[in-house]
Design a protein around this ligand. Structure first.
Ligand code: HXC
Length: 520
């Protein structure tokens, strides 16, 4: 062979190896993947990233184990595809577990590949998206597999609040493996093909005698509605990638960047007449706060997070005049919008994400208070309610509140009141700021007068009306400066667009500390 032939042969060998690395676990296993309604690991990356942008890293990594005949099962890539590309033009690191290779099981080399891209993401300030489809720790490789998981958990924790992390669960995710997604910011689960649990149905049956399928124990819908582990449910793999892209469109690449601006061609000063009549005159009648959110948002677009969990509070992303905004809103349609354990945790988590990544916060408030009852007390409404309070208190991003109706009791303080660094606290004329609702208040402070009255029922109504006239309004709070401005609901979007623009360069900080001790 002459010089060029030798070089060509080397190049040919390189391409053969690269081609081999792309084969995954072979035709039969890929067909089995399709039969389950799942795409392959590579197809998922192709759909997620902007066309042609993916650069693979570590395609030629393989395991070096020979235990239990593993030396006969060597696959280039070791069951996970890693690399980087762009999502909506934003540089992003990605890993995609390949279930067709040893069940996507995670062992030393597979884990190292994930750690490598996570380290690069932290250093370069880029988001990480993990596509999970794995049988868990590779049984044959034993304790090194467990070590590899711990290496990932550490990086998930170090990256938390530095770069956004999104986990998409597209197959099994069991045992300790669940804790990597659990530390990340958002979990998207695919309906019918994904599940997450610490212990599977067989062990559960032996230990607790509960007879459940994987779907019933830890499927997408269960985690979206009951546990709150999943933030989003996708219909299929393609939909899951769309959701990941939507999330990415609202968030910055790292904690040093501002939230992205997107020109939406929807004027900030748009007047919304319908908002004037959205709150019913009867304070006990509900209305849909999601309608308020959508009317305020650019082009009515609202990416709701945790849609099916703790529905008495709503959280998600909108844009106002092109700016990304995190919305937290009480939902009068569900349990009158009361704050309970789950809604407090849900909102607290979202607020902390927004604050970590410089996304301004809008609070829409209509809250009758905290949920009473033994169940809530015994399960820890005190500690959990405190999480929400703590999250609001420590947040230094621009924070604006609009009180649409009720702002009662401790919940008034908690929902980003002026006292905990609300930058602008607005109210509609329908707002009622009080220690409690008029009826409850009258029963306490006029107990004796009511009992002594000739007609107690009549007296109670009279005093309740008197109390309502005096206190169930925004003007007492406004007289102390707790409310900056009361305006007609139809001007809300215009006032918010203006206020968020003003707060664009807001600087605020907390005392220096290693970290606070949030009541976990
Ligand atoms: C090695 C594995 C594997 C694993 C699956 N495979 N899981 N190989 N280690 N953990 C292999 C199978 O041998 C098979 O290889 C291929 O992947 C596909 O698996 P199937 O069983 O044929 O697929 P399916 O019927 O779809 O069932 C998927 C499954 C099942 C439910 C995930 O494979 C399973 O129960 N796996 C074990 C799950 C588990 O217990 N993992 C450990 C959890 S503990 P072939 O060659 O036949 O295609 C854990 C600890 C982490 O993860 C701790 C962190 C702190």
């Amino acid at each position: 062979m002459n010089n060029n032939e030798i070089i060509d042969a080397k190049i040919k060998k390189m391409y053969e190896l690269i081609a081999k690395s792309k084969q995954g676990g072979g035709k039969k296993r890929i067909e089995s993947q399709y039969a389950k309604g799942k795409l392959t690991a590579r197809e998922r990356i192709e759909i997620l990233l902007d066309s042609g942008s993916f650069r693979e890293i570590d395609a030629l990594v393989h395991h070096h184990s020979s235990e239990f005949g593993l030396d006969k099962d060597v696959f280039l890539g070791d069951g996970v595809i890693t690399g980087y590309g762009t999502v909506n033009g934003v540089k992003t690191f990605v890993y995609s577990q390949d279930f067709t290779v040893l069940g996507g099981s995670l062992a030393a080399e597979h884990g190292k590949k994930i750690c490598k891209i996570m380290d690069m993401a932290i250093k370069t300030g880029c988001p990480v998206i993990g596509l999970n489809d794995s049988g868990g720790a590779r049984v044959q490789e034993g304790v090194t597999s467990l070590g590899a998981y711990a290496d990932i958990f550490l990086r998930n924790t170090l990256a938390s609040g530095v770069v956004p992390q999104i986990s998409v669960i597209m197959g099994p995710c069991a045992g300790g493996a669940v804790y990597s997604p659990a530390i990340t910011d958002f979990i998207i689960m695919v309906k019918n093909t994904s599940y997450m649990f610490v212990t599977g149905p067989k062990v559960v049956k032996t230990v607790t005698h509960e007879d459940l399928t994987s779907e019933e124990l830890g499927g997408a819908e269960v985690h979206a509605s009951k546990s709150g582990v999943a933030h989003f449910v996708a219909e299929n793999d393609i939909h899951a990638m769309e959701i990941a892209k939507q999330i990415m469109s609202y968030i910055p690449s790292n904690n040093a960047e501002d939230a992205p601006f997107k020109e939406m061609n929807d004027p900030g000063n748009r007047i919304i007449d319908e908002l004037n009549y959205i709150v019913p005159a009867n304070p006990n009648q509900p209305y849909d706060m999601k309608e308020v959110i959508k009317k305020l948002a650019d082009k009515g677009e609202f990416l709701e997070v945790h849609k099916d969990y703790a529905e008495n509070i709503i959280v998600g992303f909108i844009r106002i005049a092109g700016r990304s905004i995190g919305v937290i809103a009480n939902q009068p349609m569900i349990m009158a919008g009361v704050l309970d354990i789950n809604s407090s945790r849900k909102a607290a988590r979202f607020i902390r994400f927004c604050d970590a990544f410089n996304i301004p916060i809008l609070t829409l408030e209509d809250v009758p208070g905290f949920m009473p009852g033994a169940h809530q007390e015994w399960e820890g409404i005190i500690t959990n309610g405190a999480k929400l309070l703590y999250a609001y208190c420590e947040a230094t991003v621009p924070k604006i509140t609009v009180i649409t109706r009720k702002a009662y009791g401790g919940a008034y303080d908690v929902m980003n009141s002026k006292h905990i660094r609300g930058d602008f606290n607005f109210a509609w004329p329908t707002a009622e700021l009080a220690v409690m609702g008029a009826k409850g208040a009258v029963e306490i402070i006029f107990k004796r007068e009511i009992e002594a009255a000739e007609n107690p029922a009549e007296k109670e109504i009279e005093l309740t009306n008197e109390f309502t006239d005096k206190f169930a309004n925004p003007y007492v709070a406004a007289s102390y400066g707790f409310i900056d401005e009361v305006f007609e609901p139809k001007f809300t979007r215009a006032r918010l667009a203006d206020a968020f623009a003003l707060l664009e360069n807001k600087v605020d900080s907390n005392p220096h500390k290693k970290h606070g001790c949030i009541p976990l």
